[in-house]
Each structure stands twice: as C-alpha cells, then as structure tokens.
Design a protein around this ligand. Structure first.
Ligand code: 4AD
Ligand code: MG
Length: 463
C-alpha cells in the first residue's frame, strides 16, 4: 500500500515505520556515501527527502535513471530528520524507477519558468510548485463553497449547460449546432433554418445558471449552482476567460440586503477555510507570488466590508482628483480602474457597491422606487475588481414584462420565467461568484489563465 507524502508528514506515529511512497523525482544530490532524492507526489507542496545509501547494490545505475521528472516507488523507514527544512525523511531500502524521464528534453528543468511558458506546457505545469499549489487551493475553495451552502440549507442544483436563453442578454453566447456548416438548411427567406437543428431552435452554451436557480428557489427556497459557464467575449484581459466556473446561490424571500449579507459571509467562510487548510501553499504565494497575500486574506476574514451605493461611489471617484482612462460620471458602468481605486486606494478593503443605474444592468434586476436604479450589487476586491455580481430579481409580472420588451427580449420565449411571477411570486435574490476570480484573489496570481487547469480564451482551446 502506498502512503501519500502529506500523510507521512502529518503522522508522527509513522516514525520508525516502513512505508511505500510513490511520486516524481524533483532533484538528486549525490553526496558520495549517500544521495538525497527529493520526491514529490502532489499531495502537498513540499517534497519528501529520501536518503539512498551508496551501499545499495544498484546505487550507480539508480542515480543515472533517477532524472528530474522520473516516476518512482520508494520503500523505506520514516525517520526524524536532522535537517531543519523537514521534520521527517525516508531512509530507502529500495527505489524502483517506474517511468524514466528523458533528461535531454524534459521541459521542466530546475530553473524558474515564466507562467506564459508554463501555459504552453499545460500537461506538465501542474508538476511545478506554484501550479500545484494553485490547484490545491482551488480544490479547497470548491469544497469550502459546497460546505458553506450545504451548512446553510441550500440545495445544490445542476443547471443545464446547453440552453436557448441568454440570461445576461449580452449576446455573448457560443452556439451549439449539428447543422452542416457547409450547407445548412435554409428557410424561404434564405436564413439558416434552425427548426431542423438538433434542438429545433438555436441553442447555446449557458452564460449563467441563474434562471434555473430562480425556478428552483421558487420551490426549494434556497439553492445554488456550481458549474461551468461560457462567454464568447473577445476579452484579452488577465481577468476574463471564455470558459469559467460560477457559483450562483439563489434565495426565495430575500432582498438585496440579505444578498449582500450572504455574499460577505460566503467570501469570509471560504477564505477562512483556505487559511486553515492550505497553510503551506499560502506561504508560497505570500513569499513568491504576492507579498502580503496571507495578511490580506486574514484581513478580509476578520473585517467588515465597506458598503456604498453606486451614486456615492461615483462621487468618490469624481472627487478623487485622479485621471482615469475612462472618465467617470453618473450613468456609466464602473471600469476595472474605478473598481480598483475604490477598494485598493480609497477603502483599502472589499467594497460592496449597490443600486446601479438600470440601463447598465441586466433586465431581470428589480427596479428601485427612484425610477432610475436597480437593486444590484457587485463585490469588488483589490487586484481582481469585481469578484461577485448579484441582485434582487424583479418579482412583479407587469414590471418584468415591460422591461423585457424594452430590451428586446421576446416575453413569449421566456414564458416560463414570467409564469414564476404569476404563480406565487416572491421577492428573491442571488449572486454569481466567478470561481477563478476567487482562486485568483486567494492566491494573488496575476493572470486568471493560471488558476484554471486548461484555460480557454480567444485563440486558445489547446489541451
Ligand atoms: O456579473 P455576472 O455577469 O453576473 C451573472 O452572470 C449573474 N447571472 C449572476 C447571478 O446573479 N446569479 O457574472 C458573475 C461573476 C462576475 O462577478 C465575475 O466574478 C465572474 O462571474 N465573471 C467572469 N469570470 C471569468 N471570466 C469571465 N469572462 C467572467 N465574466 C464574469
Ligand atoms: Mg457583473
């Protein structure tokens, strides 16, 4: 039976025991009378130091085949290490090289590689310290997200990936079709005839699971989705992906204040879990990726977020004396430079901005009584900007019907969405948290493309 390195390091009762560990060789240092072999199996950031005695009958040939990247099985005794870098090490009785690693062209040599280069070898990059750490933190954030909502009585909803509705109304959808693209069927007007397509009408990859969330919240009260979402926006920024994961809670009988409360509690809970369970990985980010990453996360967990209205945010920006690339005035959407000024320079902590102008937000958001704003909220955090976007939903049939027509959505296409407002409508609210932005914020990684295993962005669907 194989024992993972993490388990060996966390189990003092294994000292003196014989174990088998399996992993990949990171480095070998030949000290003449023995060799240090550093093995990593990804269960934890740090390697296991294995000591191979020069008296081993195959010492020389083993050292030759133990190249960086080779996979190995090591049997040996766990002993307390005299070194200061690790608490335990393995005194090997046998080492078997399972898979040789060609040293002449293995791309992951000991030197540091740029993240751009590592993206081009996405099949090997999880073997690096940083990418391995990112993926462990990512895993913890996913687990903590489920835990948070489950403990609060939210049910996990699997919203569809293929859909015919455009939740955000932004027209950024990838079409899904089985029609012959060389020679599609056409109607009498010469347009492509989607009645002959697989779903009998145009279908797309979903941009959000919210509409499904609203349906199920209108029955189960509190639900959340956690799945992939897709946006065909031609963004080349460090914060946008064409395929990203989103967590979308939806609560019945809840207003915007409840929504803000949930968003803040959620962020604090998942980041607290990261601090508690990913200490070693977080120390790496703190030291090499983003100085102060640890303290920043601690601050978030411990302190209340700032809360302001969009109108007040605009006033702060106007009075800031800063020249922004995109001039700011009431009515325009906040750009990332504005969002970052608010949380990095003005408040120096996360900010929840509420009540945005109606005409820059989606059709489903609830109209406020002032006739110009909607009950929307965005959570902004340093470096990343918008990490969560949410709102109270318009629950009044007539108001929603009129808004749909105003933005050019056919109420007939959304008949089921409108019917929720006819049959026992309730005030309800929810939000969407961009999962990669959560990972990006927790780790301090610069580029969102490095916090998802296989990033999809314009021009890139490799791996
Ligand atoms: O603000 P958005 O567009 O809101 C919605 O989709 C709502 N339907 C959510 C809801 O209320 N249920 O997206 C929500 C979040 C953003 O705040 C951002 O964190 C992330 O999703 N996001 C992206 N992340 C990576 N790449 C992109 N292209 C993203 N677009 C949005
Ligand atoms: Mg948004």
């Amino acid at each position: 039976m194989r024992t993972k390195i993490r388990k060996i390091k966390e189990s003092p009762e294994l000292i003196g025991q014989n174990v088998t560990l399996k992993g990949w060789t990171r480095t070998v240092r030949n000290q003449k009378t023995f060799a240090f072999v550093e093995v990593n199996d990804g269960s934890t950031l740090s390697n296991m130091q294995v000591i191979l005695d020069a008296g081993h009958p195959e010492y020389d040939s083993l050292l030759e085949s133990l190249t960086t990247g080779s996979s190995v099985a090591v049997q040996g005794k766990v002993v307390e290490s005299p070194g200061t870098k690790q608490s335990v090490e393995i005194h090997a009785s046998s080492i078997e090289v399972i898979g040789l690693c060609d040293p002449t062209d293995y791309p992951l040599q000991k030197k540091r590689h740029s993240f751009e280069f590592l993206r081009s070898i996405a099949h090997l990059r999880p073997r690096t310290n940083t990418l391995g750490a990112v993926m462990r933190v990512r895993n913890t954030l996913a687990y903590a997200s489920h835990q948070f909502f489950q403990e609060r009585g939210f049910y996990y909803l699997h919203s569809p990936i293929i859909t015919s509705s455009d939740c955000e109304g932004a027209g950024q959808m990838f079409q899904v079709t089985t029609l012959d693209k060389e020679n599609p069927p056409r109607n009498e007007r010469g347009e492509i005839d989607h009645s002959q397509d697989f779903f009998g009408k145009p279908a797309y990859l979903t941009v959000s699971g919210q509409l499904s969330g609203e349906i199920y919240a209108s029955a189960l009260s509190d639900v959340y989705t956690f799945g992939p979402t897709f946006r065909a926006e031609n963004s080349h920024t460090s914060r946008h992906l064409a395929e990203f994961w989103m967590i979308e809670p939806e609560m019945a009988f809840a207003d915007l204040a409840d929504d803000r409360e949930l968003a803040e509690a959620y962020l604090k809970a998942i980041f607290r879990t990261v601090l508690e369970t990913c200490e070693e990985d977080m120390l790496l980010f703190d030291k090499f990726i983003k100085k102060g990453a640890l303290g920043r996360l601690q601050n978030i967990v411990e302190n209340e977020f700032a809360k302001i209205s969009y109108t007040d945010a605009v006033e702060i920006l106007e009075k800031s004396g800063k020249t922004f690339e995109f001039p700011i005035h009431w009515g325009v959407d906040l750009q990332s430079e504005h969002e970052r000024f608010l949380c990095e320079e003005h408040f120096k902590k996360p900010v929840i901005v509420s009540d945005y102008p109606a005409n820059i937000k989606a059709f489903y958001m609830r109209d406020n009584d002032d006739g110009k704003t909607v009950a929307a909220m965005d959570v902004l955090v340093p470096d990343v900007g918008e990490i969560i976007g949410g709102s109270q939903r318009e629950e009044r049939f007539d108001v929603l019907h009129e808004k749909m027509q105003k933005v050019g959505l056919d109420p007939k296409e959304y008949w089921w969405y409108l019917e929720l407002r006819k049959y026992g409508s309730v005030p309800h609210s929810g939000f969407g948290a961009g999962f990669e932005r959560l990972v990006q914020f927790a780790t301090g990684m610069d580029n969102i493309r490095d916090v998802i295993p296989f990033p999809r962005f314009p021009g890139h669907s490799e791996f």
